[in-house]
Design a protein around this ligand. Sequence first.
Ligand code: PLP
Length: 371
Amino acid sequence: MARPFNFSAGPAALPLEVLEQAAAEMLDWHGSGVSVMEMSHRGSDFMSICDQAERDLRELLAVPAAFRILFMQGGGLGQNAIVPMNLIGHSASHTADFVLTGSWSIKSQAEAQRYGEAHVAARIDSARPVRLPPPSTWQLSTRPSYVHLCSNETIDGIEFQDLPDLHSLGCDAPLVIDCSSHIASRTIDWRRVGVAYAGAQKNIGPAGLTLVIVREDLLGHALAICPSVFDYRTVADQGSMFNTPPTYAIYIAGLTFQWLKRQTEEGLTGLAAIEARNIAKAKLLYDCIDSSSLYRNEVDPSCRSRMNVPFFLANDSLTESFLSQAKEAGLLQLRGHKSVGGLRASLYNAMPIEGVQALVRHMHAFEAKHA
Ligand SMILES: Cc1ncc(COP(=O)(O)O)c(C=O)c1O
């Protein structure tokens, strides 16, 4: 079945093979006679689905044994409260440091203020961020409980190409990353990370599931006010089954992990293959933007996001006709975030290179008409 290309920033496109498999298994999962949605989360069928999903994710992202994988709920914004409730007491300072690089990290810092001191270590000084503040310029506090950053700013299109090495900055606090919009698109250097969290609805599966990958020694520091259901120690001890987890979302995420493991590209497999493909997809689109006089992206090439590409037309009044003609060409959900306007193409793992080629063809044709 031919489907349009969906550039939504999230909830976002899923791999067609995953949707087809889920459809085929919808009424009767592996001869069980029921849908995954209808299974007890404590039954052996669902337990096997959940265990497999966790194993596959661990293998895919090369998560070391010292980290626990938690399947939680509450989304990325939920973690903006859940992280401080679990970690702000990790150091006597009750202070967390924040690197503000765009809309999502600003929200994280604002929420954390409800639970302790939320110190701003660095911020981008511009209404429209274009460059990451170099780690050497960050003003970290004395003994912070943790340092938080958003490793890919979905709205602003800014991505850390390397995670900072806090040790080299003289800081031994754990680094917490909100990787909601680029998880599983590239490798993660776990030596530099204490906690990685991500809402699933961009690169993993349906909304409703939140992944938390937390270093074992960071469990057990929750504030007394932390609801048990959000206490990392409790969730880890109960194998993400303290309460009913989002079972169907975990199942789809598991199918996506298997799909990712099967990917091949230029002799590479799994995450390395998908990363190579993501680099090629992003290059195609940025090259088109940079070689044009109609389109522009203002982010410094050193920190342009591979996943979310915001761009603007020289003449903003053409934006609506760009969008309607794109829709007619089978290119959906290219409107920029309401806070910044313009256009945005999200190129998550499930977007094939053919989708980006079709977008670039549309952009060239539109430019030829309006030059
Ligand atoms: C980087 C990032 N963090 C957090 C969020 C918020 O996630 P949720 O809506 O799951 O709370 C988003 C959503 O787009 C995001 O892109």
